[in-house]
Design a protein around this ligand. Structure first.
Ligand code: NAP
Ligand code: COA
Length: 263
């Protein structure tokens, strides 16, 4: 059930980095349903082609690695030449796996930081000259690890914290003509991220216990948040990180026991 009206994004152009699966694909689909011309990219060209087909509405699916500035810059140049200047850019590509610092190499740490943080820098820096300004909206997909440290997540915690500060810095530097915000999803059902971070029942339960709303999030709910931040209802919002997480970042969601503890 959506509060947004049909045709809201008619005439708009959107580029979604990492939009070939999961949450980002959900965002791409919603933008397209609302009338935007949409392009998505990921590393795997076949997956990108399948995503474009699933999005429909003439969407473009391309292969581009966000770790390579020239490649991602070229992809966005290509899209702006075909569709026109970019109104909305979402940076959502990410890599993740559970590993303690003692169990990850320097390359493992660097790989996640490279995709998530450096990738977001490349996407945002790379799109700047192709934006439809004033009024363009950039969104980075971050995570609760940016503010709540989590074991076996040193790489993602560092990368996503960096993304939050990059969002805020760009909001300041580009304030007059580009809005820059972040969305921080909670645990979202049926996603690759959930599969990797909650690989067994015990871990799933730990994540569940943190959720104030006592249910997993849906991809469509993340897409609605992205529509809100991109649309004309959010024209004075920049530098914000919107938690769409059922309250899982708020605090301890398990009630204290009323039984008498230590005196
Ligand atoms: P996902 O389905 O694995 O999506 C990741 C996307 O990024 C895919 O399209 C992938 O395609 C692409 N990608 C990966 N590395 C790339 C690279 N180097 N260059 C370009 N594209 C690349 O993940 P998800 O679970 O939906 O998560 C999406 C976003 O939400 C991520 O930013 C994640 O950190 C965030 N998030 C997710 C959750 C959750 O519950 N799932 C919670 C909090 C935050 P290829 O593999 O073809 O490259
Ligand atoms: N534990 C410890 N180290 C790991 C690991 C794990 N589970 N998985 C990968 N690594 C290490 C590798 O061993 C390698 O380090 P090394 O060269 O010192 O051996 C390093 O990470 C890079 O791995 P590689 O497979 O070469 O990277 P890639 O660029 O092909 O893939 C990943 C990137 C590892 C993040 C891969 O999981 C991926 O493509 N993820 C995208 C999807 C995803 O994670 N979605 C969820 C988003 S929340």
């Amino acid at each position: 059930m959506s509060a947004f009206k049909d045709g809201l994004f008619e005439g708009k152009v959107a580029f979604i980095a990492g939009g070939t699966s999961g949450i980002n694909l959900g965002i791409a689909k919603r933008y397209a349903e609302l009338g935007a011309k949409v392009a998505v990219c990921g590393r795997d060209p076949e997956k990108a082609a399948r995503a474009a087909e699933e999005i429909g509405h003439g969407a473009i699916g391309m292969s581009a690695d966000v770790r390579n500035f020239d490649v991602i810059h070229g992809a966005m140049k290509n899209v702006s030449e075909q569709f026109g200047p970019l109104d909305f850019v979402v940076s959502g590509a990410a890599g993740n796996f559970l590993a303690p610092v003692n169990g990850m190499s320097a390359n493992a740490f660097r790989t996640v930081v490279d995709i998530d943080l450096n990738g977001t820098f490349n996407v945002f820096k790379g799109c700047r000259e192709f934006l439809n300004t004033p009024g363009a909206s950039l969104i980075a997909i971050t995570a609760g690890q940016a503010v709540n440290a989590m074991q076996m997540q040193a790489h993602a915690c560092a990368a996503k914290a960096g993304i939050n500060q990059l969002v805020r810095t760009l909001a300041l530097e580009w304030g007059p003509d580009v809005r820059v915000n972040g969305i921080s999803p909670g645990p979202i059902a049926g996603t690759e991220g959930m599969k990797r971070l909650a690989p067994n029942d015990a871990t799933r339960q730990k994540h569940y216990d943190r959720i104030a709303m006592k249910r997993w999030g849906e991809i469509e709910e993340l897409a609605e948040s992205a529509v809100f931040l991109s649309c004309d209802s959010a024209t004075y919002i920049t530098g914000a990180i919107l938690d769409c997480d059922g309250g899982s970042g708020v605090g301890d969601a398990t009630p204290p026991s009323l039984e008498r503890g230590l005196a």
